[in-house]
Design a protein around this ligand. Sequence first.
Ligand SMILES: Nc1ncnc2c1ncn2[C@@H]1O[C@H](COP(=O)(O)OP(=O)(O)OP(=O)(O)O)[C@@H](O)[C@H]1O
Length: 261
Amino acid sequence: MLDVHNISVEFGGLKAVSDFSMQVRQGSIHALIGPNGAGKSTVFNCISRFYTPNQGSVKFLGEELLALNASEMASRGIARSFQNLELFAELSALDNVLLGTHAQHQGTAIGPLARLKRLLSPPDKAATAFAESLLERVGLADQRHVLAKDMNFGHQKLLELARAMAIRPRLLLLDEPAAGLRNREIESLDRILKEMVSRDGMTVLLVEHVMQLVMSISDDITVLAFGKKIAEGAPKDIATNPLVIEAYLGTDAVAQAKGAQ
Ligand SMILES: Nc1ncnc2c1ncn2[C@@H]1O[C@H](COP(=O)(O)OP(=O)(O)OP(=O)(O)O)[C@@H](O)[C@H]1O
């Protein structure tokens, strides 16, 4: 479904990503992991068109995404969430999701409140019912009239997920969806994401540090270190891959792991 081919990204003299390729299979959950500064967000931002790589291509169902801009992604069926939440703070949970159904607003959190409110009136019955069903799915039905700014962090993250789902994406890009969540919330996220794939036929690509979630939900994992792909495969293979253990913990850990086998 998604074919990232040989992308490189430089910031000034720094090569953040070098000759990186990965393929995401339709109907899969694919995690992109790696230590801090490995280049995950940079790859993610190239796919979602916030960055343009110096070289390479990114194809979605055969179409070159690098020829599009970020605001055209929703019309292709690609939604993203943000590491730092991009909600409309002064609007209710329901209105945030309803705005998500206006595909052209994906990724543009800034806009005069009055203009956003005009978009929401008169309320569209079918869109409201759909938005309410999404809030229900992420466990926020009882908070639909609460302003986003008054919700706790975990609920805000789930709200952002519901908003991303509002465009009925074929591919959902999630930037650290579990960051800052408590264990119980991570378990909900685990269930919601699996359901999105099995019930709605979505494909999910996520950047994530919470290994408990990554290992539980992923069909495929790609590992980056120092801007290069160092491993790729199923969770059980990645968890025992010496290069991956070394990248995360240093060479001593590999020696220890080998000693323990
Ligand atoms: N806009 C930018 N300008 C300059 N350097 C950048 C920029 N974005 C990222 N970098 C650098 O590129 C490298 C890769 O960063 P990136 O944020 O992609 O890593 P990451 O794997 O997502 O890290 P983390 O897990 O900490 O979010 C780092 O050295 C980072 O400092």
